[in-house]
Design a protein around this ligand. Structure first.
Ligand code: SAM
Length: 338
C-alpha cells in the first residue's frame, strides 16, 4: 500500500469511457477532430515523457531553466503551505519548487492532479523518497470537470499549471478553466501558469515534427487508445502525423492524415466513419502566447498578473497571478529577461 492517498475521480479508461459523445461529435464534424486529453492514456503519458527529452523540444528544458532560476525567490515570496498542480504528469520540473519549499520548511503538502493514474502514482513514489516529511495527495480527474473535488487547502496555496497545457485548450475553454482556478484562490494564494511563447516558425514546427518520430508515435497512439477504449478498428499504420503552425491564430495544429481511404467501425458507438485519402483528423492545438496576450487572458478570467518570468530568448513565459482584488503584494512586480 502506498503511503499517500490517491483520490480517483476517473479510471485510466474512464476518460475514454466518458468521451463517447466527444468522439462521436469529433468524428462526425466536417474537419474531424479528437480532443488532446485523449492523447494521455498510459502509453501516451510515457511517450510524452520521451518528447520532453528530444533535442527539438525546447519547451521543457526552457521552462525548467526558468524554474531553476526563480525557485528560491518565488517560494520565498509566495511561501505556500501547499502546491496543487494541474496536469502534473511526472512532476519533474516541479521538483525545483518542491525542493525550495521543502528546504525552507514552509511547504507541507503537494497535490498532483492528472488524468493519468499511472504517472501520478509513479511520481508520488519518487517524491515520497525525496521528501519524506511532505504530505502527498494525488488526485486523478479531468481538470475541466473535477476541480471542485480537490481537497480543501491546509494553508496558503500555490496552484501550478505549467508545461503550456493551457495552450491545448480553445480560448473559451481556457477562460472557463482559469475562472474555475480563480475560485481555488483565497487572499495570498497564487497561480503560476506556464505558457509557450510566439517565436520563429521553424523552431516551433521542428519541436512538433521531431526527427526521431516520437511526437508522431505520441499522436498516432490516440488511435490505439480509441481502438482499446471504444472497440474501434483504426488501422494506425495507415495514418501519418504532421504538425504545422497557424500564423493567424498563433498555434501549432497537429493532424493525422490518412494514407488511403478508410472505413472505421467504432463498435461501442455503433458508428462507422468514412475517411478519405489525405483527409486529416485534428488531434491537438498548442496555442502560443506573448506577455500581452497572456496578461489579457488572465485579466479576462478575473486574475491579475503579479510577475512575469521568461528566458533570455523569450521562448517561454511563466505568469504569477492572483485573483483580482486579492493581490499578493502590491510591490511585487518582477520581470526577468528584459
Ligand atoms: C503537456 S503535458 C505537461 C506535463 C507536465 N506538467 C509538464 O510540464 O511536463 C499535459 C499533462 O496534462 C495532463 N492532462 C491533459 N488534459 C488533462 C485534463 N483534462 N485533466 C487533467 N489532466 C490533464 C496529461 O495527462 C499530461 O500529464
Amino acid at each position: 500500500m502506498p503511503g499517500f492517498p490517491i483520490d480517483v475521480h476517473m479510471s485510466e479508461h474512464g476518460l475514454l469511457d466518458s468521451i463517447a459523445d466527444d468522439v462521436r461529435r469529433g468524428l462526425s464534424a466536417p474537419q474531424k477532430f479528437l480532443l488532446p486529453k485523449f492523447l494521455y492514456d498510459e502509453e501516451g503519458s510515457l511517450l510524452f515523457e520521451q518528447i520532453t527529452e528530444l533535442p527539438e523540444y525546447y519547451p521543457t528544458r526552457t521552462e525548467l531553466s526558468i524554474l531553476t532560476d526563480i525557485a528560491d525567490e518565488l517560494m520565498g515570496r509566495v511561501a505556500p503551505r501547499e502546491i496543487v498542480e494541474l496536469g502534473s504528469g511526472s512532476s519533474t520540473k516541479t521538483r525545483m519548487l518542491l525542493d525550495a519549499g521543502y528546504n525552507a520548511k514552509t511547504l507541507a503538502k503537494y497535490l498532483p492532479f492528472d488524468v493519468s493514474q499511472t504517472i501520478v502514482e509513479s511520481a508520488c513514489v519518487e517524491l515520497q523518497q525525496r521528501y519524506p516529511d511532505m504530505e502527498l495527495h494525488g488526485v486523478i480527474g479531468d481538470f475541466e470537470r473535477h476541480l471542485g473535488l480537490v481537497p480543501p487547502p491546509v494553508g496558503k496555496r500555490l496552484v501550478l499549471f505549467i508545461g503550456s497545457t493551457i495552450g491545448n485548450l480553445e480560448p473559451k475553454e481556457r477562460l472557463e478553466l482559469l475562472g474555475e482556478i480563480r475560485k481555488m484562490l483565497a487572499p495570498g494564494d497564487c497561480l503560476l501558469l506556464g505558457m509557450d511563447q510566439v517565436k520563429d516558425i521553424g523552431v516551433l514546427e521542428a519541436a512538433y515534427n521531431d526527427a526521431a518520430g516520437v511526437t508522431a508515435a505520441f499522436d498516432l497512439n490516440v488511435l490505439s487508445a480509441i481502438n482499446n477504449a471504444l472497440h474501434a478498428d483504426f488501422n494506425v499504420a495507415e495514418f501519418r502525423h504532421r504538425a504545422h503552425y497557424n500564423r493567424d491564430l498563433d498555434r501549432i495544429e497537429m493532424h493525422l492524415y490518412a494514407n488511403s481511404a478508410q472505413t472505421v467501425h467504432i463498435a461501442d458507438l455503433d458508428m462507422t466513419v468514412e475517411i478519405a485519402k489525405a483527409e486529416s483528423i485534428w488531434t491537438e492545438s498548442s496555442h502560443k502566447f506573448t506577455q500581452d496576450t497572456a496578461t489579457a487572458m488572465l485579466q479576462e478570467a478575473g486574475l491579475t498578473l503579479d510577475a512575469w518570468y521568461t528566458d533570455s530568448l523569450r521562448y517561454f513565459g511563466l505568469a504569477l497571478a492572483t485573483a483580482q482584488g486579492l493581490a499578493l503584494d502590491p510591490h511585487m512586480s518582477l520581470r526577468r529577461g528584459d
